[in-house]
Design a protein around this ligand. Structure first.
Ligand code: UTP
Length: 228
């Protein structure tokens, strides 16, 4: 199976702890050895937010802040590459094309951000579409897609299954609410809908859940099913 795994920066490298990064690399290696074709997309997490906050104070504009964010996602990508050793392409792919070329060579591409004004959620969806992935996995810090931010509202309920167009409607509603934090952003949801990619959003703080979702198709999270 061809799988794109999106690993949020807050999940992969909340504090740059090497053992954590090694666990995600080991999970990808296990799936690789089981014969799956993989691509990984890595977010910027708290380190990106720290840089962005500081540069905003210094007067950087939003595009400059995005460029800073992209740089940090690629730094996190290099951490994962270091842990993956020879199985990964040696540098983070800076375009979808070079990521796809890495897959063709038999390497595991690691992507960070690609262009300003989006997030790695959207990069993962676009890359999954581009390489015709069978499955897209979002390993995030929440256990799926909820009707409200579960970190803010303890009453929030999780959706176990959604169609892609339902996902778009829910995320659009959440993004209208100031300060809300959707597990997948609206652009990503639109690409998932357009491409019809089977997608799973799960709590990725334990990398074993990523392995189980891919290898056993067993997961506790939200499954997004393409429309017939
Ligand atoms: P992330 O995708 O990591 O943001 O990109 P996030 O979703 O808030 O963080 P985690 O990792 O899931 O916790 C970090 C920042 O990098 C820029 C944006 O500014 C984004 O907020 N970025 C990222 C881009 O401009 N383009 C990209 O393609 C990716």
């Amino acid at each position: 199976m061809k799988v794109v795994v999106s690993i949020g920066g807050s999940v992969l490298a909340p504090n740059l702890e090497p053992d954590r990064v090694a666990e995600y690399a080991a999970t990808l290696q296990t799936l690789d050895e089981a014969g799956h074709t993989l691509g990984a997309v890595v977010g910027g997490g708290p380190t990106a937010r720290d840089y962005i906050e500081s540069a905003r104070e210094l007067g950087a504009n939003e595009i400059e802040l995005d460029q800073l964010g992209i740089a940090v996602t690629r730094l996190n990508g290099r951490l994962l590459i270091a842990a993956l050793d020879d199985r990964a392409a040696p540098t983070p792919a800076e375009s979808y094309e070079s990521g796809r070329e890495a897959i063709r060579r038999g390497d595991i591409p690691v992507l960070g951000g690609i262009v300003a004004a989006q997030t790695t959620d959207a990069v993962a969806a676009a890359f999954a579409e581009y390489v015709d992935a069978d499955l897209l996995v979002y390993a995030t810090s929440v256990a799926g897609v909820y009707d409200d931010d579960p970190k803010e509202d303890p009453e929030a309920t999780r959706f176990d299954h959604l169609t892609a167009s339902e996902l778009v409607d829910i995320i659009a509603g959440m993004e209208m609410a100031a300060g809300s934090n959707a597990p997948v952003d609206l652009l990503a949801a639109k690409v998932i809908e357009r491409a019809g990619i089977p997608t799973v959003v799960l709590d990725g703080t334990d990398p074993e859940r990523i392995r189980a979702a891919v290898a056993d198709r067993e997961f506790d999270g939200t499954e997004i099913v393409p429309e017939a």
